[in-house]
Write a protein that binds this ligand. Structure first.
Ligand code: 4AD
Ligand code: MG
Length: 467
């Protein structure tokens, strides 16, 4: 076969250089036609759109043609021609075809319309479907948007460790990391495991958040963000929880809670705008396939400013709803940790736009949040989104050494793990704030997918670590 430089299908479909000889490589989506002429829909992952390859059967070897089945990988040399049919403007009149990889007839993606559950069982192949191609191209684009947003504003990308000895959120939901022989654990006279000989010489785990180290960096570099995987061993089998998820955590010196809310709102809107500007084909595909309200919802959050409301006011609204006969599965009262049905009621039914809930009871929030003068609440902020519930969690941080220490002691957090964190409050402490955006929660919103397992290539959830 003649060597012609490969053109990606995304570029080819924009090309108007009709008559030129081109090469494309990709996987066969469908093949149809008559005894004389066949049409192959070819996709190479560069775009949701396929290129149509027109094949005059008389010009090709019959045995080779038999190998061009759904899923096969082929290389095509041919002439770029103006398409007569509706749809794409350009197609390829094939001159030479090479089958790079035949596709066994056990290929599970033969017909259209597989269920999401079935596709999860073949997560190693699902990126070949239109839906997952679209989702993973959007995932990439969101990562780029995030780096761009912070870079343009002078934030530094700071890498925090994945293995840690401290439980940032204090929820006791960490995966332990050890090289000890679990069949032969050494214990002291009280029956406690001796970690002296473990790899790190102490108990270590996978991190639930990069925030604590992020705070160290913010009090040195001014404004930083982390963007990496985090791990939570919470046994919640919901469409919004993963055991391994990615989080973006900006942390900014001298920002108070209001600056923090401004940053969160600007950040999320930037990402949503980026998706509409740079992933429109993919977003439109998902809109038309699964979720007719998707594009409208994306445009909706861009239009309006987010509601900012203290938790106490939010509880009043929910209690009024209950009094008027609205049924929630979980009870509502001051002090309760809101369930996603409550969050979604505020966003979808009451305000009909995103809500930033602030000043939560300190009992349901982490130790590091700045304490309010009332002694009951902390300067927390959760950003609540339509269809998602909590998409961001953050706060202004307690900058006062004594207050922070008291809170750590009240919660029985082991001091031996926290000394370095407390040092920030001893050596030039400053007001500072930050938040964490769940990357997959953002993707749920932007793609309109219903289950968080379908916006990460290989989901990790309870009893599930295949692939
Ligand atoms: O509210 P969270 O627990 O906050 C923190 O971890 C803070 N250290 C962040 C900070 O202030 N720097 O988690 C932050 C966000 C949530 O709002 C949610 O979007 C996401 O992380 N998240 C999860 N996403 C998927 N699966 C899970 N199990 C998640 N848990 C939290
Ligand atoms: Mg939270």
């Amino acid at each position: 076969m003649e060597t012609i430089r490969r053109t990606k299908i995304v570029d080819l479909l924009k090309c108007r250089d009709f008559g030129a000889m081109v090469n494309v490589k990709g996987w066969v989506r469908t093949r149809r036609g008559s005894k004389q002429v066949n049409f192959i829909a070819l996709n190479d992952g560069s775009t949701i759109n396929n290129v149509q390859v027109v094949v005059d059967l008389a010009n090709f070897d019959e045995d080779m043609l038999k190998q061009i089945t759904t899923g096969a990988c082929i290389s095509v040399n041919g002439e770029l021609v103006e398409s007569v049919g509706a749809g794409q403007a350009a197609e390829i009149q094939a001159r030479e075809i090479e089958v790079l990889g035949v596709c066994d007839n056990t290929y599970p993606l033969q017909k259209k319309g597989h269920s999401m559950e079935f596709l999860r069982e073949i997560a190693h192949l699902r990126p070949r479907t239109n839906t997952f191609g679209a989702v993973f191209r959007i995932r990439h684009n969101m990562a780029i948007a995030i780096h761009k947003f912070f870079h343009e504003r002078g934030f530094f990308y700071f890498h925090t460790p994945l293995i840690t000895a401290s439980d940032c959120e204090g929820a006791g939901q960490m995966f332990q990391v050890t090289t000890m022989n679990l069949y032969d654990l050494k214990k002291d006279e009280n029956g406690s495991i001796i970690y002296d000989n473990d790899f790190f010489g102490k108990q270590a785990s996978l991190t639930v958040s990069g925030q604590l180290e992020g705070e160290l960096a913010a009090t040195a570099l001014g404004a930083i963000y982390t963007f990496g995987p985090t791990f939570r061993a919470e046994n919640s089998n919901t469409p919004r929880h993963l055991a391994e998820f990615w989080m973006i955590e900006p942390e900014v010196a001298f920002n108070d809670i209001n600056d923090n809310m401004d940053l969160a709102e600007e950040f999320i809107k930037y990402c949503v705008q980026w998706a509409l500007d740079n992933c429109y084909d993919d977003v439109k595909f998902l809109n038309d396939m699964f979720d007719k309200g998707l594009i409208e919802r994306l445009q909706g959050v861009l239009k309006e400013s987010f509601v900012r409301l203290p938790y106490t006011e939010g509880i009043k609204i929910l209690e009024e709803a209950v009094a008027k006969g609205h049924k929630f599965e979980f009870p509502v009262y001051w002090g309760v940790d809101l369930a996603s049905e409550h969050e979604r009621y505020l966003v979808e039914e009451h305000f009909k736009r995103p809500v930033i809930l602030t000043d939560y009871p300190k009992e349901i929030k982490a130790f590091y949040m700045k304490q309010n003068e009332d002694g009951k609440t902390v300067r927390a902020m959760d950003v609540l989104f339509p269809k998602i519930g909590e998409i961001i969690g953050g706060s202004e941080r307690e900058a006062d050494y004594d207050k922070l220490l008291t809170r750590i002691q009240e919660l029985n957090i082991p001091m031996k793990d926290m000394w370095w964190y407390l040092d920030t409050r001893k050596y030039g402490s400053c007001p500072h704030s930050g938040f964490g955006l769940g990357f997959e929660r953002l993707l749920l919103f932007v793609t309109g997918m219903a289950n968080i397992r379908d916006v990460i290539p290989f989901p990790r959830t309870p009893r599930n670590a295949e692939f």
